[in-house]
Design a protein around this ligand. Structure first.
Ligand SMILES: Cc1cc2nc3c(=O)[nH]c(=O)nc-3n(C[C@H](O)[C@H](O)[C@H](O)COP(=O)(O)OP(=O)(O)OC[C@H]3O[C@@H](n4cnc5c(N)ncnc54)[C@H](O)[C@@H]3O)c2cc1C
Length: 384
């Protein structure tokens, strides 16, 4: 397939574009264009089992590297085993699932403009097709964010580590630069991803310090490292305030947008895989109706979701604005004592009114006056 014989061209070949290609494979021709030759490299994307439904899980399955039956959290006050399943997709498993799929091809090039009829590349050439914008996160005045930042290393250990399930938060470690925890994914008996993670006010992270922190953490657990197989790092946006109407008002009506470029992520966790899965399903349902109809379907879904996510942005404000940086662990420790179905619904973005009341009632782990000041979600956005 040449660049100019495709039905759909997706700009950006990261997570959301790749999942859309996986979903569409066989139904149409899809070209993924990315400025980087290896857009998936250095990523592990995880999700909670309840974040996707059975049909979505079925089409996503070929991209999953490893799934587990439960997950654990650790705080100074207690350890908790959660029964909710967890799964990870990584660059290799997603790349392998995409390789050789019928109708899916790739191009390494920078796109300089996108319109309803196609895209223009940096060399001036044009690709005519239904164009989808999946260029990843870009700051915008309509959204106020803080950061979840991390550096992780996949280690091969000299002996089995003894973990059978992910530890999604080990917060028993000294607190620095906000809420600090380690995240552990046991890919097999001796292969372990250890990520040093922070919920911080600033995006800066010293790689050298995190590498030393991971080495100390491994040593404290008696794990001897044979090899560091790979490293990944990231800074994910955590949303405090988002004026979705202002954001979408300024965007073209006939260019479909997916992924972080459409601000589609969980405001409190920064996870975006379930949102990308949902967008992929919408593309499969609407692409035949043309760019305007598809753009509108995605826009409606994004707006509805952004409105439904207001509670999670409130929790982000509580965490970042009502709690002092070294008190953030307290907030999380209290949350993880709540009933498990409530925790699962929060991750899946499906909290009920009763869940919300339950999370907000009781003796608050943050000063009441500061908590009250966080309630309004006012963000002044200048008209575009
Ligand atoms: C290391 C890491 C781990 C993460 N872990 C998780 C996780 O466990 N679970 C989860 O749900 N989320 C996770 N996230 C967050 C989120 O899922 C990712 O940020 C995700 O990759 C966002 O997908 P996307 O498709 O919107 O953008 P990206 O995957 O960032 O892809 C955007 C792509 O667009 C390309 N691009 C931009 N501009 C142009 C242009 N003009 N021309 C051509 N190409 C262009 C970029 O090169 C990039 O490859 C993680 C993020 C990182 C960085």
């Amino acid at each position: 397939m040449t660049a100019n014989s495709t039905d759909i061209v997706i700009v950006g070949a990261g997570l959301s574009a790749s999942l859309a290609a996986l979903r569409l494979a066989g139904a149409t021709r899809v070209l993924l264009v990315d400025q980087r030759p290896d857009p998936l490299a250095g990523h592990t994307w995880s999700f909670h089992a309840d974040d996707v439904d059975a049909a979505q899980r079925a089409w996503l399955a070929p991209a999953i590297r490893r799934a587990w039956d439960g997950q654990d959290v650790r705080f100074p006050g207690y350890d908790r085993q959660l029964r909710a399943g967890y799964a990870s997709v990584d660059a290799e498993s997603l790349g392998a699932a995409l390789a050789g799929l019928p109708g899916v091809s790739r191009l390494t090039a920078r796109v300089t403009s996108i319109d309803a009829g196609g895209v223009v590349l940096a060399d001036g050439s044009r690709i005519d097709a239904l164009a989808i914008d999946a260029r990843g996160f870009a700051p915008h005045p309509a959204i106020q964010v803080r950061f979840q930042k991390f550096l992780g290393q996949e280690l091969r250990l000299a002996a089995p580590h003894g973990l059978t399930r992910p530890v999604i938060m080990d917060a028993t470690v000294p607190q620095q630069d906000g809420y600090r925890f380690f995240y552990l994914l046991p890919f097999d008996d001796t292969r372990l991803l250890i990520e040093a993670t922070y919920y911080s006010d600033g995006a800066a992270l010293s790689a050298a310090d995190q590498r030393a922190g991971i080495a100390d953490y491994a040593a404290d657990h008696g794990w001897q490292v044979d090899e560091i197989e790979r490293e990944e790092s990231g800074v994910l946006p955590i949303a405090l305030r988002f004026d979705a109407d202002a954001f979408w008002r300024a965007r073209p009506q006939d260019i479909p947008v997916i992924g972080l470029r459409a601000m589609r992520f969980h405001p409190l966790t920064g996870y975006s895989l379930p949102h990308a899965v949902r967008s992929a399903d919408l593309i499969a349902r609407h692409w035949r109706q043309g760019p305007h109809a598809l753009a509108q379907a995605l826009r409606r879904d994004s707006l509805a979701e952004a409105k439904a996510q207001g509670f999670y942005r409130l929790l982000s404000r509580m965490l970042f604005e009502a709690a002092d940086p070294d008190e953030r662990r307290h907030v999380m420790q209290r949350f993880y004592r709540l009933p498990e179905p409530l925790i699962e619904r929060l991750y899946a973005g499906r909290s009920t009114l009763a869940d919300k009341a339950r999370i907000l009632t009781g003796r608050p782990p943050v000063p009441v006056g500061r908590a009250l000041r966080c309630l309004p979600e006012t963000l002044k956005v200048k008209p575009a």
